[in-house]
Design a protein around this ligand. Structure first.
Ligand SMILES: Nc1ncnc2c1ncn2[C@@H]1O[C@H](COP(=O)(O)OP(=O)(O)OP(=O)(O)O)[C@@H](O)[C@H]1O
Ligand SMILES: [Mg+2]
Length: 200
């Protein structure tokens, strides 16, 4: 279990409190204009999103990890090379959907933080899509299993994740119901489903 600023020692209680606190922070990022003020596609934007979500919970919020991470037999970028990997991804173009999803896939391979990469990086992706294409992702339209399989596959072949995201784009940037259900779906991908964003 992760050391946390709340002094919680029960993992079930920590997961619930983390979900509640970070969902409120995620909604606030969109609503108070803080997200819109970030430079889309940069690491500083991703670090700011991560810090906004997790800053009240973990010391490592917004900070590049110094440990190696693996999942489902895939090892994310080595902690030795994170600095140069982050710079390389920042330089990737983001003018159309293909390029933006390719950039998202590469940032996922970087997995810069100790924890919370999935949730923070989906907001980073959404921010790029909003700024560059005036689109938002309605994650509730993408099934959890389909999403996770597509991401597991993405380092080798990105056509599945591109198709899923293309099919879930919306023009309704200011639809608060869409935003809330999208955040709930993004959290459900990672197993967090105790609170509904709309009720927080
Ligand atoms: N085997 C895999 N290969 C590549 N990417 C993966 C794999 N499994 C999951 N992912 C991607 O990584 C994201 C988060 O996974 P992971 O649990 O490693 O991160 P995390 O830091 O714990 O993030 P969170 O706390 O938001 O879940 C997933 O949502 C998915 O996009
Ligand atoms: Mg996690």
């Amino acid at each position: 279990m992760l050391q946390n600023k709340l002094g919680i020692t029960n993992p079930v209680q920590l997961a619930a409190e983390e979900e509640r606190v970070t969902k409120i922070a995620a909604l606030a990022l969109y609503r108070n204009g803080a997200l819109g003020a970030l430079a889309p596609g940069t690491f500083s934007a991703l670090a700011a999103i991560h810090a906004a979500l997790f800053g009240d919970l973990y010391e490592f919020a917004g900070k590049v990890r110094d440990v190696n991470l693996a999942k489902g037999g895939f090892r994310f970028a080595s902690a030795l090379y994170l600095g140069s990997a982050i710079k390389a991804v920042e330089c990737m173009p983001q003018s159309n959907l293909e390029q933006i999803v390719e950039k998202y896939v590469e940032m996922n391979i970087v997995h810069p933080f100790r924890e919370g990469n999935g949730r923070a990086t989906r907001i980073w992706l959404d921010h790029i899509l909003r700024t560059e294409l005036a689109k938002t992702v309605d994650w509730s339209l993408i099934d959890r299993e389909d999403y996770l399989l597509a991401m597991e596959r993405s380092p080798v072949r990105n056509t599945e994740i591109k198709a899923l995201i293309r099919g879930a784009l919306s023009d309704s940037l200011d639809d608060t119901t869409l935003l809330a259900r999208g955040i709930d779906a993004s959290y459900a991908y990672e197993g967090y489903a105790a609170y509904r964003a709309e009720e927080l």
